[in-house]
Every structure is written in C-alpha cells, then in structure tokens.
Design a protein around this ligand. Sequence first.
Ligand SMILES: [Zn+2]
Length: 462
Amino acid sequence: MRSNPRLTLLSDEDRGELSGVLTRVEAAQVALAAAEAEQARALAEAGAFAARLAEGSSAVVRDRDMALRGVAAEIAAAVRVSDRAVQRQIDSAYTLVNDFPATVHCLEKGLLTRAHVAVVEDIGRRIPTGLKGEFDQLAAEICLDETPGRARAELEILAERMHPRTLTERHEEAFRGRKIVRYTIGEGMSELRSAHSSVLIEGIFQRVTDQANAVIAAREPGSGDTRSLDEVRADLFADMLLTAIPTNDPTGDPVGPGGRPGGLGAIKAKVQVVIPVMALMGKSDVPCDLAGVGPIDAGTARLLAGNSYDTWERLLVHPITGLTMAVDTYQRTTAMDRFLKGRDKHCRWPGCRMPARKCEVDHNHDAALGGKTEICNLCCLCQRHHSMKQFTAWKVKQLDGGVIEWTSPTGRVYIDNPPGHGVHFTPEEDLPEDVWANWTNPGIEFRITSEHPDDPRIPPPF
Ligand SMILES: [Zn+2]
C-alpha cells in the first residue's frame, strides 16, 4: 500500500491548522496552571486567615481548629463541596505554598502541570522540614524536563539520597499510619482499602489467593459455581472478616488453663437497612437503603436480613413524602432518638453524610437558652459539625417538616431537607409470620426497617 502523501508531508495549510490547535491547547494549559496556582494561594491564604483569627486566644489549639473549620465550611457551602474536603484542600494548599514555593512559581508561569505538582507534594512530604527548600528547587528543575511519571522516578531517588533517616526508622513512623478506609463506588458496591505493612498485605493477598485457588480446584463438575478467582477471593475475604475471631483478644483472660475467650468474637456487624415490606417478601425489587451509605439491591438486602426479630427496627414512613412519621415504640426518649435517626439518616450539616447512628442529637435552639426537647427542635449532627455549631459563627434554625436552615458567618443561607424515600408500595396481602423469621446470616446482625405505613405489626403512631 502506498503511503498517503498528505500524512507524510504536511502542506503549509495543514501545518498552519495544526499549529493553531496546538497553540490553543498550550495556552489553555498555561491558563489552567496559573488558575490552579492562584487557587492554591487563595486556599493557603484562607488557612493563614483562620490562624490569625485564633491568635491570642487562651484555647489556641481548639480555637485554631474551629476557625479553620468555620472558614472551610464557608468556602465549602459556596462551592458545593464537603467542608472536610475543603479543610483538606486548605491544609494541602498551605503546605504546598509554604514548603514548595519554587514549584508553585513554575506552576503559576505555566511551566509545570498540576500533575507535576502532585508528584512533588507526594514525595516532598517525606522530606524533613529543614531540607524541603533544597528538595523544592531540585524537584522543580527535574520536572521542567520530564513528564510527571518520569519525574516521579527521579524524585524518588533524589528523596532517598537526601533523606537523613534510614528506611527502618521511616517505616516505623509510617507504620503508625496503618488504617482501613471505605469508599462507595456506586451500583450498591463499596471498596475497602487497607494501608498496612507491605509484608502483611502481601501475606493477606497470598493467603486469600491460595485459598481461592483451592476452592476452585475442589469444585465438582457441574456444581454451578462459576465464580472467577477475583470473586472467590473477595467472598473469602468478606467471610473471614465477618465470622473469624481475632487470635489476639485483650478482652479475655490470658490463654492457658482456666483462661476464657475474649469478647471481640461476639461483636457482630450492625447495619441499618430501610427495606420496603414487599421487597423483603421478594415480591418487588425496589432498591433498599443502607442508612448513611446509599442504595443497595433488594436481593442483597433480603439475603442479609438477620433472623433475630428483636433487632429489627421498624420505621413508619409517609407513603407520599417518604418522611419518617413515627417509630414502633411508645417509650418517649428512646422513641424520639430513634425517630430522629430515622428521619435524618445522616448528619444534617449541608452535604455531610455521616450516618445518624454515629451522630449526636443537637438542640437547634440551645437547651441552655430555653430550647425545648422536641422533635421540631432536634436534629442529628456528627461530632465534628456539632462542635462547629457550638464554637463557630454558623447559625441553625429548624423550619417545618424537619427542614434545617443554616446561616453561614458571612450571612449566606443554606437549606438542608430531611432525606426521603422515593418508592413506596401498597400491600396486596397480609404478611405471614414466617416471612419475618426466615432469613439467616450468622455473620451480620441486620436491623431491618420497614417503611410500610400499613404494616400490621407496627403499633399506631404515638
Ligand atoms: Zn456532619
């Protein structure tokens, strides 16, 4: 096949068109980099402003944190991001601007991209304070000539050379940052990540892989088990974490004659699921609500429904609005508490999704100032936002129907509506007794909340 001359040798016209596009892309990149540098400087200034607000106070540490939270919340509400995320952005911008000025300067001039800066920040974090200036200069120079990926490799070597402490010492420190975190990734799925010593993570991965391979090898022909290696690994991982008992349990007596097992093994998972009765019976497949997390599919909810009738917590939900009307108990204080958790489902700070079971109950109009202990003056706030309401200039007022009105320190108003449920059903028949007792799952104790207003088991509202 003959080569296309238009591709092998560009005409003046083609060359002109292409360089026009190129110029635009370059200009956009320069503008973007400059804007990102400006955003970092503005966020860093917000951090410095918060620090100045708290200066001279007797409770400097608490006040500085509160001032920072207040400023972060003001920015977060205006740009519709969570205040925790903005606080992290402020922290990271403050560090970037103060520790890596040469890198920020190059970003501002459009000589580097945000991706280069992220590499410098990431690796520069490990450099001790006194050496950060030198690292910043050298890192910016390396980045000028390289893509972020290649620059990372060079910066890793640079950081290792500059570091005055051994890897052993640094690992000891990093090890104190071990943790697990979870993220929702949509479609009723979440991701669990663990940062731990590489040796242990490798051991966990190898063990679960070997076990999964053994499960697959032991399959009888025609067993119908078609799970992939990934699926079997994930199932084993969940199974072991939900049902196994830790070997190291400080709640029990030392192992030996007369030693009793500890209590860690008795601690079961507790999750609140809002499941319509018809979905529980398998007669509909509407999505159910994993409180504070998001929708899960009806099949999973049914599978997970525990067999313990006592642990089911049922909510009466308005068939049209989906707002919680009452809970199935007459006991006043507990009832109110459960009502609030059912109505709010999560912290009522604008944008916060901390599940209600981890929240505190706030008197919107302070009890000390005459605020009454009534549903229309109470709402769920997580510990972070509860203390922010107390210690910063944010003001709260509860309107009709559980609507919360927030006023920011600069006077902007944000409305937080109570969460509702989208889909509701009318019963076609009464619920047989065995429907309520027929699901078993030893690993998880599930609280099932019925959102059916005509559920015969639920006593009339108080
Ligand atoms: Zn919150």
